[in-house]
Design a protein around this ligand. Sequence first.
Ligand code: NAD
Ligand code: AHE
Ligand code: ZN
Length: 369
Amino acid sequence: MEVKAAIAYEAGKPLSIETVQLEGPKAGEVMVEIKASGVCHTDAYTLSGRDPEGLFPAILGHEGAGVVVEVGKEVTSLKKGDRVIPLYTPECRQCEYCLSFKTNLCQAIRATQGKGLMPDGTSRFSIGGQKLHHYMGTSTFANYTVLPEIALAKIREDAPFDKVCYIGCGVTTGIGAVIYTAKVEPGANVVVFGLGGIGLNVIQGARMVGANKIIGVDINTKKRSLAEKFGMTHFVNPNEVEGDLVKYLVDLTDGGADYSFECIGNVKVMRQALECCHKGWGQSIIIGVAGAGEEISTRPFQLVTGRVWKGSAFGGARGRTDVPKIVDWYMEGKINIDDLITHVMPIEKINDAFDLMHQGDSIRSVVTF
Ligand code: NAD
Ligand code: AHE
Ligand code: ZN
């Protein structure tokens, strides 16, 4: 069938809105009508050409919500009309990783996902006979997309697509990093580097669990007031700190952060985030995604003396299990999504969403179809 999609033809070039061909779902697959999709910094990262897994031409997008329109053979858990959130971290509940209960990184389809293909090694998208790559197994910048059944979380029927799409990445990544990865306890002192679409959800998660000091660090002072609304207790602009930022943060937390979160993707900041942690027990969680060839470094003594470096993908959430619960939290008023969605625009204006992000003028832009 013909569908409307934003195509990334080349790194660094604007997306192009075109009509493309989409094949129907094969066995174990589901076709979804995407109603809304958030634009995450990771989409911009891949479009920039810094992602070693970035493939072109591709249909980007990984933060969507929509409705099941067709199911392939052997699909048992979903039916036409179900509301769903696509999962770039699937949950097969059968692989070694899922069964370990030590990680959310289901590996059932990771290899083909990284090659921009469906699990059978082919693409469902094409234009004029030319193959288009899928992206992160989701490709939500299209009004219809095809996903494996294991990469869809079924959600309640009354959830608004243009809000809960954000749970497909940013909300779950930020709140999940606090509650599933770090397991922050009440009274902990927390430092959050980067107050964008992810960092503000880390702040929201830290307030939910009853953290004590919640310190936000950002070079853009425009982020301050919204961060305060979400629970930030202290704001630090590194450009306004005299002397060493790490020492400043250690003093502000009376000896170091119990938990820090890097939500930028800057390897120099990752070092600062580790080193501002409390000696003996402070944990630093890397959420930001750094470009090809970039590496982190610190003195091993930092780890010898008890600081811990961890990473978090999709907030450590198990998508089919946890995402429906997070949608319930939103519907019950336990978490705030509305104030983080600063811009909504039709898919035809999607390049504006990238411009707003680069200018630091948006938290989340959502495109609708
Ligand atoms: P964003 O652009 O909305 O926010 C980034 C923030 O960092 C901005 O407020 C910016 O002003 C600030 N910043 C930039 N450089 C800084 C510096 N040197 N010091 C302090 N602040 C600085 O981006 P986002 O959507 O929140 O994504 C943040 C990062 O998280 C990206 O790298 C993205 O790829 C990554 N991400 C990772 C996961 C995961 O599962 N691990 C999921 C989603 C996003
Ligand atoms: N392709 C990149 C890695 C990108 C990355 O780390 N992605 C995160 C999700 S970011 C969502 O906004 C993730 O889930 N990683 C785990 C995984 O298996 O990809 C690269 O550097 O190669
Ligand atoms: Zn994302």
